[in-house]
Design a protein around this ligand. Sequence first.
Ligand code: HEM
Ligand code: HEM
Length: 166
Amino acid sequence: MAYYIWIFLNALLVISTFIYIWIFRTHDSHIVTLGQGFAQVAIILFIINVNMYFIFLVIRRTKVRKLKITLARLSRLMMKSHIKLAIVGTILIVFHGGIMFFKIGGVIGYGHPKIISGIVAILFLKVTLLAGYLRHKKSSGRRRKFHYTTAFLFTLMFLVHIFLPI
Ligand code: HEM
Ligand code: HEM
């Protein structure tokens, strides 16, 4: 049952951002559209990374041996790209932020909630990367908690940012 909710939430996130960006927020400017494309790809990469939490959670909790083994395999596979996804996503988002800051910020004002929330989201991303790096270097209970807490705060912040109207 929880499995269906998990798949549903992932699909909902990807589909709703897709519809919102490409149907409700279209622009004539090619560069702004490119900036939106960068962000669309980046958030999908970030969502894949955030899913690690739920995979590890089920691995720890489940009593079904077969599921434990399948998810352990899946997690090993996904962790192979975890850092790469984070780095590619970050590069895309930096370009997104740069484009939007200069192209849209000049029009709506640099103090607009859409701009401020984007900047705050990037700051949370920075802390998440740092926490991930620390956990990668040496794992401990505290470092684990630090990484997933920052990852969740970052996700919350970028969701607020995405769906804020201009
Ligand atoms: C310096 C940081 C950032 C700035 C200045 C910024 C600015 C903006 C602006 C002005 C828009 C509206 C574009 C439009 O009119 O359609 C936008 C949209 C978007 N942003 Fe950001 N952003 C930043 C960081 C981020 C981050 C960290 C993420 C996600 C991880 C993100 C994801 C998105 C997405 C998916 C959209 C599309 C939704 C929409 O068009 O309204 N942005 N951003
Ligand atoms: C967008 C950035 C990132 C997000 C959203 C993210 C998210 C996550 C989440 C949710 C987990 C599962 C936490 C748990 O249940 O214990 C995790 C695990 C992990 N992350 Fe990240 N992460 C990001 C970037 C990074 C980076 C840059 C590194 C390393 C340089 C990293 C290293 C790790 C490691 C080592 C684990 C633990 C894997 C294991 O226990 O086998 N992460 N990450």
